[in-house]
Write a new protein. Structure first.
Length: 354
């Protein structure tokens, strides 16, 4: 298996993510994004109001060649310029993961260049690294916290070192993005829920409905969003005339308040002031504004890197190479649908004492 060649520049890395419903291919060098192409399957799945796994895998297969071509064109590079290939190996939908992972492995094998297998969540955390190039006064050295809020995950991690994570908290039920998607369906606003709710909320009154704030008295750093979703369902049923914009705004307000409350609480207990907020929900404008009002040092990825993409996978691979975490046997890693980033730290919802 190929080792990384000695070179006098940062390696040019091609990153692929097909963990869910987006075919993402990015090209990076250091923390700089040279290309980032995402073929979204939103239109395909919109008619179901959610993702159809088999259709997702087939669509990845249909478009992956063309996404690669577009990425190379955007970076103005050819395959000969690529030094390393990286891909997500989990967690995600098995059929979807297999497409991008095997495509990437075959590319690396055929061209005799190193292959790096990346955990999807590590990719989300690494998506923030790219802002370091733009704002030189920001540093991102572990330890720091990372809130990952996406369609499949809502977890709070402590990044102790690159590659070493501790889970501080997680959602006990729905993920934040999932809650946005479900509430959008309840309000008949369309799919995916995050962007449509946030758009509707711009014209709504976020104080119109006071939903109960989840897990206000917990001793842990967990999240819970399904009670809020049920509260919205009950409201919509009992008050069919409620303005969807007001419900959307009040719902969004409560989600944002909940996420920030837990992060602030964890910052207080761990003493960690810096937090990377990533995953699809990190694209939410209201969440960005509310985090900016805290005394935490918050780092968000650029909007284009908040939702799933391939560039974040390349950024994570670059970091792994930089800190010496590259494993030459990554080619043997298989697609793994269930893949926790850190060993579970919870027993019956209580944080273990260390
Ligand atoms: O990270 P991501 O692209 O895919 C997963 O790994 O799940 O996240 C997708 C999720 C969806 O649930 C979508 O509704 C949510 O992120 N999302 C948002 C926004 N944009 C996307 N949620 C809130 N506000 C947004 N602007
Ligand atoms: Zn994701």
């Amino acid at each position: 298996m190929a080792e990384l060649k000695q070179m006098n520049h940062s390696p040019i890395i091609l990153g692929i993510d097909t963990s869910c419903d987006d075919t993402g291919i990015g090209i990076t060098q250091g923390n700089k994004v040279l290309a980032n192409i995402v073929a979204s399957q939103t239109a395909l799945h919109a008619k179901y109001g959610g993702i159809m796994p088999e259709e997702a895998s087939r669509e990845h297969l249909n478009v992956i060649d063309s996404v690669l071509e577009q990425a190379l064109e955007q970076a103005q590079l050819s395959l000969d310029d690529i030094d390393v290939v990286a891909a997500t190996y989990g967690p995600g939908l098995i059929g979807a993961l297999l497409v991008g992972l095997n495509y990437a492995k075959a590319l690396a094998w055929a061209r005799d260049i190193p292959f790096v297998a990346i955990h999807h969540i590590e990719g989300h955390i690494a998506s923030s690294l790219t802002v370091l190039d733009d704002a030189k006064d920001i540093t991102l050295e572990p330890p720091f916290m990372s809130l990952i809020a996406s369609g499949g995950h809502t977890s709070l991690f402590q990044v102790k070192a690159w590659g070493e994570y501790e889970q501080l908290g997680r959602s006990l039920d729905d993920a934040a993005g999932e809650a946005f998607d479900k509430v959008a369906r309840l309000l008949d606003l369309g799919y995916p829920g995050g962007p449509v709710i946030s758009k509707a909320a711009e014209h709504g009154d976020e104080k119109a409905y006071a939903f109960t704030r989840p897990l206000r008295h917990q001793k842990t750093f967990n999240f819970s969003l399904s009670g809020l979703k049920t509260a919205v369902a009950t409201l919509v049923e009992k008050q069919p005339d409620a303005k969807p914009e007001d419900v959307a705004a009040s719902f969004q307000y409560t989600v944002v308040d909940h996420l920030i409350y837990v992060c602030k609480k964890a910052a207080k207990e761990t003493g960690l002031k810096t937090i990377v907020v990533a995953g699809g929900v990190a694209a939410n404008k209201r969440l960005r504004e509310a985090f900016a009002d805290t005394d935490l040092e918050v780092i968000f990825p650029p909007l284009t890197l908040a939702t799933d993409n391939g560039a974040m996978i390349a950024l994570a691979a670059n970091k792994r190479l930089e800190v010496g975490l590259f494993e030459a046997d990554d080619l043997l890693k298989n697609a793994t649908p269930y893949l926790p980033l850190a060993p579970a730290e919870f027993k019956e919802g209580v944080r273990k004492k260390r």
